[in-house]
Design a protein around this ligand. Structure first.
Ligand code: ADP
Length: 238
């Protein structure tokens, strides 16, 4: 299908003007070029996806850090919760990976990611999977584990996520830290988790065995932390 005739699913939008934007997204609308610098080229988002996209400068920085610190034998990047494609596109743009795999369970959101990757000219570098990342990793991508790095930006929610100074990762919903670590256990040597900036660092440290290391990096924009990334295992962060 050509770019001109490509039709967005009914719950996908490219808003052109503030007056079209639902009230709860208006704050995000002001930041649209931070979210996607090519927004005006026709970026697609579902209304929910606005809240979850990693802003482009942060996505680029993470992609740069992962590219420079991943072990040499690691040639595949799996983005387990691709959303509308912010991180996946940045990984593909980095040029470090032989192949980037993006998994997303929501059909409309996945359509956004595919469309947005075209706008950034990286669609040929990405293989998309529609479905549950845990099942897809278990059933289709398990064999890639020795050559892969996994990046996971899970949904952020749970009691106290917005109100508590320190966020309890054991209560993160719908997937707790323990659940993610166990589901991704084949990949934990080369794993990066993207978590709320208030995440409980003690809980992260308790997961780490004596001879292993973990590195936590805050990603900031305009003097405030947007999120943190936890780099496990093989990543050689300087
Ligand atoms: P947030 O807005 O906090 O980033 P979301 O609930 O929007 O979180 O989740 C992020 C993305 O991950 C969404 O696009 C959602 O559809 C997707 N997602 C959630 N669970 C899974 C899963 N098990 N497998 C694949 N994608 C998932």
């Amino acid at each position: 299908m050509s770019e001109e005739t490509e039709e967005a699913p009914p719950d996908v939008h490219h808003y052109q003007d503030r007056s079209e934007v639902p009230w709860d997204i208006q704050n995000y609308w002001a930041q649209r070029y931070k979210i996607f610098s090519k927004f005006d080229e026709g970026i697609w988002l579902t209304d929910d996806a606005w809240f979850g996209v990693t802003p482009e400068p942060v996505a680029n920085k993470i992609a740069e850090h992962m590219a420079s610190s991943a072990p040499a034998g690691c040639s595949i990047l799996i983005d387990a919760f691709a959303g509308a494609g912010g991180n996946t596109i940045a990984f593909a743009k980095s040029g470090r990976w032989k192949r980037v795999y993006g998994i997303e369970k929501d059909h409309s959101v996945l359509q956004c990611a595919k469309h947005n990757a075209k706008i950034y000219g990286v669609q040929d570098k990405i293989t998309w999977f529609e479905g549950d990342c845990f099942e897809i990793l278990r059933n289709q991508l398990k064999v890639l584990a020795p050559y892969s790095a996994i990046f996971a930006s899970p949904p952020w929610g749970g009691p106290g996520y917005r109100s508590d100074d320190v966020f309890n990762l054991r209560k993160m919903e719908p997937y707790s830290l323990q659940f993610l670590r166990s589901e991704f256990s084949l990949f934990t040597e080369n794993m990066v988790l993207y978590l709320p900036r208030t995440s409980n660092l003690k809980q992260l440290a308790m997961e780490v065995k004596d001879d292993k290391k973990v590195m936590v990096m805050h990603y900031c924009m305009e003097t405030s932390s947007k999120a943190l990334c936890v780099y496990y295992g093989g990543f050689n962060m300087q």
